[in-house]
Design a protein around this ligand. Structure first.
Ligand SMILES: Cc1ncc(COP(=O)(O)O)c(C=O)c1O
Length: 414
């Protein structure tokens, strides 16, 4: 992303903050400073209203109902699919499958490929900074099928060593499954480079976009990967919903691994014919209110545009990184001037939990621990880090306050 090209776009953070009622809260008598957006973002009134309006006025089960409420709920649900497909520039809204979130989507992809593509002894390539959600399903499959996980190593600057990928590939390699953005380091994976390698070796490319979808424009038509997954709750939407995008060829090719009501055309005790398109992968009653709230969240972001959001957050990241770098006791991880809205650091001779607990006394919410990336923690030789992650409503003033209090905390822990 060329920041120069984004110069003209500015967000009105003051106005945006008024959309998020939780930002009026006091924590320990101090105004809330919420820097834990990587775990989940806060929700604007527009999303809260969409969910509340659905339950107040439209609540009904979807698909197959002929009465007014069911038709209205179905229309709102299917309209959400269109809104999300448009946001990610997807050719057919049927390529957007609603799931319970990133973890659910990754399990569905893994289980589907396990039944169709993967053979005993096959190999899957992951990166050193994967979230556990993008390790465990593949690892489980590998353990049961004599398979192997191959891991892209880190360079000395903690970026991914993409030059090492070719050496990891053998005739048994079938899949590369990788985070678009590291949830611990904020580093952006160069998907263009990885796509070239994947195409050259005919590998399936799965992208965990849990941490990129909230922060940057993603054009899935252009990106042209096999699978792309993310969660609504990190993108200002409700918890318990997300998407699994699949390229057109997989829509009819990926086997059903979660059969159930709604996924079918006809059923008899002898045989079932499954539905075409997204419904094939959406068993049971979905998270209808969540999906409607998800679309409201996407509409909320789209009024500003993802480029403006990226630019705002990049400014915050670079500002915070430079302020942290001035504190001698701070050790930064994955330092880069072009990354998504996540910074990890530690304070020399202190435990991250102690720093996090003391910052909370000043109303500052940061995340501490392994961030579901224990293999990365092992590589960094630390038990955990302190992670600050930004969103559309965060400001430099908040960062200044955080830095001031962090210095105080460091003095207290001396
Ligand atoms: C990179 C990454 N992948 C997967 C997940 C899991 O997302 P969810 O808990 O919404 O399923 C997260 C959540 O933090 C994440 O950051």
């Amino acid at each position: 992303m060329l920041v120069k090209e984004l110069k003209h776009i500015e967000l009105n953070t003051e106005a945006i903050r008024k959309d998020f009622p939780i930002l009026n809260r006091k924590i320990n008598g101090m105004p809330l400073i919420y820097f834990d957006n990587g775990a989940t973002s806060q929700k604007p009134q527009q999303v809260i209203d969409a969910v509340s309006n659905y339950y107040s006025n439209t609540n009904s089960n979807i698909h197959r109902g002929v009465h007014t409420l069911s038709r209205e709920a179905t229309e709102a649900f299917e309209n959400a699919r269109k809104v999300i497909a448009k946001h990610f520039n997807v050719k057919s809204d049927q390529q957007i499958i609603f799931t319970a979130g990133t973890t659910d989507s990754l399990n569905m992809v893994c289980n589907g490929l396990a039944r169709s593509v993967l053979k005993q002894g096959d190999e899957i390539i992951l990166s050193s900074y994967e979230h556990h959600s993008n390790i465990l399903p593949w690892q489980l499959w590998a353990q049961e099928n004599k398979g192997q996980l191959k891991v892209i190593p880190l360079n000395a600057d903690q970026s991914l060593d993409l030059n090492a990928i070719e050496n990891l590939i053998s005739e048994k390699t079938k899949i590369i499954s990788i985070a678009h953005v590291s949830n611990t380091l904020g580093l952006i994976t160069d998907l263009d480079k990885i796509k070239i390698i994947a195409k050259k070796h005919n590998l399936i490319l799965v992208v965990d976009a849990a941490q990129s979808a909230p922060h940057m424009a993603v054009d899935l038509e252009k990106l042209d990967v096999d699978f792309y997954v993310c969660s609504a709750h990190k993108i200002y939407g409700p918890t318990g919903t997300g998407i699994l995008y699949m390229s057109e060829k997989w829509l009819s090719k990926l086997p059903v691994t979660k059969p159930g009501g709604g996924t079918i055309k006809t059923v008899s005790f002898e045989k079932t014919e499954y539905a075409d398109g997204a419904l094939r992968f959406e068993p049971g009653t979905p998270n209808i209110s969540g999906v409607i709230g998800f679309a409201a969240a996407i509409n909320y972001m789209d009024q500003f545009g993802m480029d403006a959001i990226y630019k705002h957050e990049l400014e915050l990241v670079n500002y915070a990184q430079s302020k942290l770098a001035e504190i001698p006791q701070v050790m930064l991880y994955g330092k880069s001037n072009d990354k998504a809205a996540v910074i990890s650091f530690n304070v020399k001779n202190t435990h991250p939990f102690d720093v996090g607990t003391l910052l909370d006394k000043y109303g500052i919410a940061v995340r501490t621990g392994h961030h579901c990336t224990q293999p990365l923690m092992n590589l960094l030789c630390v038990p955990g880090t302190i992670r600050i992650s930004f969103a559309i409503y965060n400001t430099k003033t908040e960062i200044d306050f955080f830095i001031e209090k962090l210095k105080k905390v460091i003095d207290m822990l001396k």
